[in-house]
Design a protein around this ligand. Structure first.
Ligand SMILES: [Zn+2]
Ligand SMILES: [Zn+2]
Length: 217
């Protein structure tokens, strides 16, 4: 069933990023193009003549019927990246799928400041000084454009200290904190990888910027 009138509030997650020194939300960890500020209109990158979304195609603005992060809170074997959770208002033409929607228009309506520790999945407020972030930037080629993939892992104090404790012998051989956390997160080191530690206050600042830029009307 497609809805032509009214609007729907749906859930989605973004990756926190930066573009031209401004904080942005990236639609996925593979994206280098930020989610635009204000209302977004879907465009089809497969069939130019499409008025997105089109049934049978993949175009449209994606969002979920239920919060995807609730499923992610289940402890997993492998740590997952950190996402900013929020809601979007979808309107225009909306195609309804089993778990979510593809819409013609979308607008960010709320953003949560709660993120989960990538290791133990416990939720913490950004800026509560209980998280350390490991940012991983990997250049990769998605033809025809060169993109960078950015993943942020969050470590609560307990998980971070556990990782440091476990690696204390390696530290004597010069392994750095950033490398210790990358190992704990299961990151496979490549020489093209760029790693940095980002403090909670820095992430808080980015998050405040995001709220101003995406939620102002
Ligand atoms: Zn399409
Ligand atoms: Zn933890």
């Amino acid at each position: 069933m497609d809805i032509e009138l009214g609007s729907i509030i749906a859930y989605r997650q973004w990756v926190l990023g930066k573009k031209n020194n401004l904080p942005v939300l990236l639609p996925t960890i593979m994206s280098s193009t930020p989610w635009p500020y204000g209302t977004v209109e879907a465009m089809c990158h497969i069939v130019r003549s499409h008025h997105a979304p089109v049934r049978g195609c993949t175009c449209g603005i994606y969002a979920m019927k239920t919060p995807p992060w609730e499923n992610l809170r289940i402890p997993r074997e492998l740590p997952v990246g950190t996402f900013i959770n929020g809601t979007v208002e979808l309107f225009g033409k909306v195609i309804i799928h089993e778990y979510g929607y593809r819409a013609q228009y979308g607008r960010v309506t709320s953003l949560s400041d709660i993120v989960d520790c990538s290791m133990c999945r416990q939720p913490f407020a950004i800026g509560s000084n209980k998280l350390t972030y490991l940012t991983i930037i990997v250049p990769h080629q998605v033809r025809p454009i060169k993109q960078t993939k950015r993943i942020i892992y969050a470590f609560c104090d307990e998980c971070r200290n556990k990782a440091y404790e476990k690696a204390k012998d390696k530290r004597a051989h010069g392994i750095s904190n950033v490398e210790i956390l990358a190992t704990a997160a299961g990151v496979i080191m490549e020489h093209s990888i760029y790693l940095e530690l980002t403090s909670d206050s820095e992430v808080r600042e980015m998050y405040e910027g995001i709220r101003k830029l995406y939620l102002s009307d």
